[in-house]
Design a protein around this ligand. Structure first.
Ligand code: GUN
Length: 274
Protein backbone atom coordinates (compact mmCIF):
# COMPACT_ATOMS: atom_id res chain seq x y z
CA UNK A 1 0.00 0.00 0.00
CA UNK A 2 1.25 3.46 -0.90
CA UNK A 3 -0.10 6.78 0.35
CA UNK A 4 -1.35 9.41 -2.07
CA UNK A 5 0.24 12.25 -0.14
CA UNK A 6 -1.95 15.24 -0.96
CA UNK A 7 -0.13 17.47 1.46
CA UNK A 8 3.24 16.92 -0.22
CA UNK A 9 1.88 17.17 -3.78
CA UNK A 10 -0.18 20.28 -2.95
CA UNK A 11 2.99 22.05 -1.75
CA UNK A 12 4.62 21.33 -5.09
CA UNK A 13 1.55 22.56 -7.00
CA UNK A 14 1.47 25.74 -4.91
CA UNK A 15 5.19 26.38 -5.62
CA UNK A 16 4.42 26.17 -9.34
CA UNK A 17 1.38 28.42 -9.02
CA UNK A 18 3.44 30.96 -7.09
CA UNK A 19 6.05 31.04 -9.86
CA UNK A 20 3.32 31.41 -12.45
CA UNK A 21 1.72 34.31 -10.54
CA UNK A 22 5.10 36.08 -10.36
CA UNK A 23 5.46 35.82 -14.14
CA UNK A 24 2.06 37.41 -14.89
CA UNK A 25 1.72 41.06 -15.94
CA UNK A 26 -1.52 41.34 -14.02
CA UNK A 27 -1.97 40.30 -10.39
CA UNK A 28 -4.80 37.79 -10.01
CA UNK A 29 -7.53 39.04 -7.68
CA UNK A 30 -9.83 36.43 -6.17
CA UNK A 31 -13.13 37.51 -4.62
CA UNK A 32 -14.90 35.04 -2.35
CA UNK A 33 -18.48 35.71 -1.32
CA UNK A 34 -19.70 34.14 1.92
CA UNK A 35 -23.38 34.43 2.82
CA UNK A 36 -24.32 33.63 6.42
CA UNK A 37 -22.12 32.36 9.19
CA UNK A 38 -21.78 28.62 8.77
CA UNK A 39 -18.61 27.84 10.79
CA UNK A 40 -17.30 25.20 8.35
CA UNK A 41 -17.71 27.58 5.39
CA UNK A 42 -15.93 30.33 7.33
CA UNK A 43 -13.02 28.01 7.99
CA UNK A 44 -12.75 27.00 4.30
CA UNK A 45 -12.95 30.58 3.12
CA UNK A 46 -10.30 31.70 5.57
CA UNK A 47 -8.04 28.89 4.42
CA UNK A 48 -8.45 29.96 0.80
CA UNK A 49 -7.68 33.57 1.66
CA UNK A 50 -4.53 32.70 3.60
CA UNK A 51 -3.22 30.35 0.91
CA UNK A 52 -3.89 32.92 -1.82
CA UNK A 53 -1.91 35.55 0.04
CA UNK A 54 1.05 33.20 0.52
CA UNK A 55 1.43 32.71 -3.21
CA UNK A 56 0.91 36.29 -4.36
CA UNK A 57 -2.76 36.14 -5.28
CA UNK A 58 -4.66 39.14 -3.98
CA UNK A 59 -7.88 38.10 -2.29
CA UNK A 60 -10.98 39.64 -0.85
CA UNK A 61 -13.63 37.94 1.25
CA UNK A 62 -17.05 39.57 1.12
CA UNK A 63 -19.17 38.50 4.07
CA UNK A 64 -22.91 39.03 3.80
CA UNK A 65 -25.61 38.33 6.39
CA UNK A 66 -27.70 35.13 6.06
CA UNK A 67 -30.82 37.14 5.23
CA UNK A 68 -29.23 38.77 2.13
CA UNK A 69 -31.70 38.54 -0.75
CA UNK A 70 -30.97 37.06 -4.16
CA UNK A 71 -31.05 40.43 -5.99
CA UNK A 72 -28.48 41.97 -3.66
CA UNK A 73 -26.18 39.03 -4.34
CA UNK A 74 -26.80 39.26 -8.11
CA UNK A 75 -25.99 43.00 -8.02
CA UNK A 76 -22.74 42.28 -6.21
CA UNK A 77 -21.75 39.60 -8.75
CA UNK A 78 -22.57 41.99 -11.56
CA UNK A 79 -20.31 44.61 -10.01
CA UNK A 80 -17.45 42.10 -9.68
CA UNK A 81 -18.01 40.88 -13.27
CA UNK A 82 -17.58 44.47 -14.48
CA UNK A 83 -14.53 45.23 -12.35
CA UNK A 84 -11.42 44.70 -14.52
CA UNK A 85 -9.21 44.24 -11.46
CA UNK A 86 -11.26 41.20 -10.35
CA UNK A 87 -10.06 38.02 -12.11
CA UNK A 88 -11.82 35.35 -10.02
CA UNK A 89 -15.21 35.15 -8.29
CA UNK A 90 -16.52 32.36 -6.12
CA UNK A 91 -19.63 32.09 -4.00
CA UNK A 92 -19.13 29.69 -1.12
CA UNK A 93 -21.74 26.91 -1.04
CA UNK A 94 -24.12 26.00 0.51
CA UNK A 95 -26.19 29.18 0.22
CA UNK A 96 -29.19 29.93 2.46
CA UNK A 97 -32.30 28.14 1.13
CA UNK A 98 -34.10 31.35 0.05
CA UNK A 99 -31.41 31.97 -2.57
CA UNK A 100 -31.56 30.02 -5.83
CA UNK A 101 -28.04 28.66 -6.23
CA UNK A 102 -28.42 28.11 -9.99
CA UNK A 103 -29.34 31.76 -10.58
CA UNK A 104 -26.22 32.83 -8.70
CA UNK A 105 -23.80 30.47 -10.44
CA UNK A 106 -25.25 31.43 -13.83
CA UNK A 107 -24.65 35.14 -13.12
CA UNK A 108 -20.88 34.79 -12.71
CA UNK A 109 -18.80 35.61 -15.79
CA UNK A 110 -17.56 32.16 -16.97
CA UNK A 111 -14.07 33.65 -17.44
CA UNK A 112 -14.00 34.52 -13.71
CA UNK A 113 -15.78 31.36 -12.52
CA UNK A 114 -12.81 29.81 -10.65
CA UNK A 115 -15.09 27.04 -9.30
CA UNK A 116 -15.93 25.89 -12.84
CA UNK A 117 -19.62 25.62 -11.87
CA UNK A 118 -21.10 27.96 -14.55
CA UNK A 119 -23.25 26.10 -17.13
CA UNK A 120 -20.86 27.21 -19.91
CA UNK A 121 -17.87 25.67 -18.11
CA UNK A 122 -19.83 22.51 -17.16
CA UNK A 123 -21.14 22.22 -20.74
CA UNK A 124 -17.65 22.52 -22.18
CA UNK A 125 -16.36 19.87 -19.78
CA UNK A 126 -19.11 17.49 -20.92
CA UNK A 127 -18.49 18.24 -24.60
CA UNK A 128 -14.75 17.68 -24.22
CA UNK A 129 -13.98 21.34 -25.01
CA UNK A 130 -11.44 23.05 -22.73
CA UNK A 131 -13.47 25.02 -20.14
CA UNK A 132 -12.07 28.24 -18.65
CA UNK A 133 -11.87 26.38 -15.32
CA UNK A 134 -12.26 22.79 -14.13
CA UNK A 135 -13.93 22.27 -10.70
CA UNK A 136 -11.23 22.34 -8.02
CA UNK A 137 -11.71 18.99 -6.26
CA UNK A 138 -11.83 16.69 -9.32
CA UNK A 139 -9.00 18.67 -10.97
CA UNK A 140 -6.92 18.30 -7.77
CA UNK A 141 -7.60 14.54 -7.75
CA UNK A 142 -6.45 14.22 -11.37
CA UNK A 143 -3.28 16.19 -10.47
CA UNK A 144 -2.68 13.79 -7.56
CA UNK A 145 -3.16 10.65 -9.71
CA UNK A 146 -0.90 12.09 -12.42
CA UNK A 147 1.80 12.96 -9.91
CA UNK A 148 1.96 9.30 -8.85
CA UNK A 149 1.97 8.13 -12.48
CA UNK A 150 -1.34 6.29 -12.07
CA UNK A 151 -2.80 5.20 -15.37
CA UNK A 152 -6.40 6.28 -15.95
CA UNK A 153 -6.89 5.28 -19.59
CA UNK A 154 -8.67 1.94 -19.97
CA UNK A 155 -9.23 1.55 -16.22
CA UNK A 156 -12.57 0.96 -14.52
CA UNK A 157 -13.16 4.02 -12.36
CA UNK A 158 -15.99 3.89 -9.82
CA UNK A 159 -17.17 7.28 -8.56
CA UNK A 160 -19.36 7.14 -5.45
CA UNK A 161 -21.53 10.25 -5.11
CA UNK A 162 -23.10 12.37 -7.85
CA UNK A 163 -22.88 15.95 -6.57
CA UNK A 164 -22.36 18.85 -8.97
CA UNK A 165 -19.23 19.83 -7.02
CA UNK A 166 -17.41 16.48 -7.03
CA UNK A 167 -19.12 13.32 -8.33
CA UNK A 168 -20.45 14.49 -11.68
CA UNK A 169 -17.41 16.53 -12.81
CA UNK A 170 -15.10 13.76 -11.51
CA UNK A 171 -16.89 11.14 -13.59
CA UNK A 172 -16.68 13.39 -16.64
CA UNK A 173 -12.98 14.15 -16.18
CA UNK A 174 -12.17 10.44 -15.81
CA UNK A 175 -14.24 9.71 -18.92
CA UNK A 176 -12.36 12.43 -20.81
CA UNK A 177 -9.16 10.60 -19.81
CA UNK A 178 -10.55 7.40 -21.36
CA UNK A 179 -11.51 5.53 -18.19
CA UNK A 180 -14.60 3.31 -18.12
CA UNK A 181 -16.69 5.10 -15.52
CA UNK A 182 -19.41 3.83 -13.18
CA UNK A 183 -21.23 6.39 -11.03
CA UNK A 184 -22.77 5.04 -7.83
CA UNK A 185 -25.17 6.85 -5.50
CA UNK A 186 -27.72 6.30 -2.76
CA UNK A 187 -29.98 4.22 -5.05
CA UNK A 188 -27.21 1.90 -6.25
CA UNK A 189 -27.90 -1.70 -5.33
CA UNK A 190 -24.98 -3.84 -4.24
CA UNK A 191 -22.31 -1.18 -4.08
CA UNK A 192 -19.81 -3.72 -2.71
CA UNK A 193 -20.06 -5.87 -5.86
CA UNK A 194 -19.29 -2.82 -8.00
CA UNK A 195 -16.41 -1.72 -5.75
CA UNK A 196 -14.86 -5.16 -6.24
CA UNK A 197 -14.52 -4.49 -9.97
CA UNK A 198 -12.94 -1.01 -9.63
CA UNK A 199 -9.37 -0.15 -10.58
CA UNK A 200 -9.88 3.39 -9.30
CA UNK A 201 -12.39 4.35 -6.60
CA UNK A 202 -13.28 7.97 -5.84
CA UNK A 203 -15.63 8.23 -2.89
CA UNK A 204 -17.36 11.55 -2.19
CA UNK A 205 -20.29 10.79 0.08
CA UNK A 206 -19.54 12.01 3.62
CA UNK A 207 -20.38 8.66 5.24
CA UNK A 208 -18.32 5.54 6.03
CA UNK A 209 -19.27 3.75 2.85
CA UNK A 210 -16.19 1.90 1.59
CA UNK A 211 -15.75 -0.82 4.18
CA UNK A 212 -15.51 -3.81 1.92
CA UNK A 213 -12.11 -5.50 2.14
CA UNK A 214 -12.64 -6.99 -1.28
CA UNK A 215 -11.20 -4.05 -3.18
CA UNK A 216 -9.26 -5.26 -6.17
CA UNK A 217 -5.56 -5.90 -5.73
CA UNK A 218 -3.63 -2.95 -7.21
CA UNK A 219 -6.66 -0.68 -6.93
CA UNK A 220 -6.31 3.05 -6.28
CA UNK A 221 -8.58 4.63 -3.68
CA UNK A 222 -9.27 8.35 -3.41
CA UNK A 223 -11.22 9.44 -0.34
CA UNK A 224 -12.96 12.81 -0.73
CA UNK A 225 -15.14 12.50 2.39
CA UNK A 226 -14.20 14.44 5.50
CA UNK A 227 -16.26 14.46 8.68
CA UNK A 228 -15.91 13.73 12.40
CA UNK A 229 -16.65 10.26 13.74
CA UNK A 230 -18.50 9.62 17.02
CA UNK A 231 -15.22 10.23 18.92
CA UNK A 232 -14.76 13.61 17.22
CA UNK A 233 -11.86 12.37 15.10
CA UNK A 234 -11.57 13.56 11.45
CA UNK A 235 -12.24 10.67 9.11
CA UNK A 236 -13.23 9.87 5.53
CA UNK A 237 -15.60 7.63 3.52
CA UNK A 238 -13.12 4.75 3.47
CA UNK A 239 -12.40 2.45 6.39
CA UNK A 240 -8.67 3.00 6.02
CA UNK A 241 -7.53 0.21 8.36
CA UNK A 242 -9.66 -2.47 6.71
CA UNK A 243 -9.18 -1.44 3.10
CA UNK A 244 -5.60 -0.11 2.90
CA UNK A 245 -3.77 -3.49 3.11
CA UNK A 246 -5.62 -4.63 -0.04
CA UNK A 247 -5.07 -1.70 -2.38
CA UNK A 248 -2.08 -0.25 -4.20
CA UNK A 249 -2.64 3.46 -3.48
CA UNK A 250 -4.90 5.24 -1.02
CA UNK A 251 -5.37 8.88 -0.02
CA UNK A 252 -5.44 9.58 3.72
CA UNK A 253 -7.97 11.81 5.53
CA UNK A 254 -6.83 14.38 6.45
CA UNK A 255 -3.83 15.10 4.19
CA UNK A 256 -5.16 13.69 0.92
CA UNK A 257 -7.79 15.37 -1.22
CA UNK A 258 -8.31 18.40 1.08
CA UNK A 259 -4.96 20.12 0.46
CA UNK A 260 -5.16 19.18 -3.25
CA UNK A 261 -8.52 20.96 -3.54
CA UNK A 262 -7.04 24.18 -2.18
CA UNK A 263 -3.97 23.93 -4.42
CA UNK A 264 -6.17 23.22 -7.43
CA UNK A 265 -8.38 26.21 -6.62
CA UNK A 266 -5.26 28.38 -6.38
CA UNK A 267 -4.18 27.09 -9.78
CA UNK A 268 -7.57 28.24 -11.08
CA UNK A 269 -7.28 31.58 -9.29
CA UNK A 270 -3.93 32.17 -11.01
CA UNK A 271 -5.55 31.95 -14.45
CA UNK A 272 -6.26 35.42 -15.78
CA UNK A 273 -8.54 35.86 -18.79
CA UNK A 274 -8.74 39.28 -20.41
N1 GUN B 1 -18.53 24.21 -0.78
C1 GUN B 1 -17.93 23.00 -0.70
N2 GUN B 1 -17.05 22.85 -1.70
C2 GUN B 1 -17.10 23.98 -2.44
C3 GUN B 1 -16.42 24.42 -3.62
O1 GUN B 1 -15.59 23.73 -4.20
N3 GUN B 1 -16.77 25.66 -4.05
C4 GUN B 1 -17.68 26.43 -3.45
N4 GUN B 1 -17.95 27.62 -3.95
N5 GUN B 1 -18.33 26.07 -2.36
C5 GUN B 1 -18.04 24.84 -1.86
Amino acid sequence: MNLLDGKKVSEKVLENVKARVESLNKQPFLNVILVGDDPASKLYVNNKRKTAEKIGIRSNVIELPAETDENTLLDLINKLNNDDKVTGIMVQLPLPVHINKNNIVKAINPKKDVDGFHPENVGKLVLGIEPYFYPATPQGIIMLLDEYGIQIEGKHAVVIGRSNIVGKPMAQMLLNRNATVTVCHSYTSDLDEIIKTADIIVSAVGKKIVRCKMVKKNSVIVDVGIFRDSNGKLTGDVDFDIVSPYCDFISPVPGGVGPMTIASLMYNASKVYE
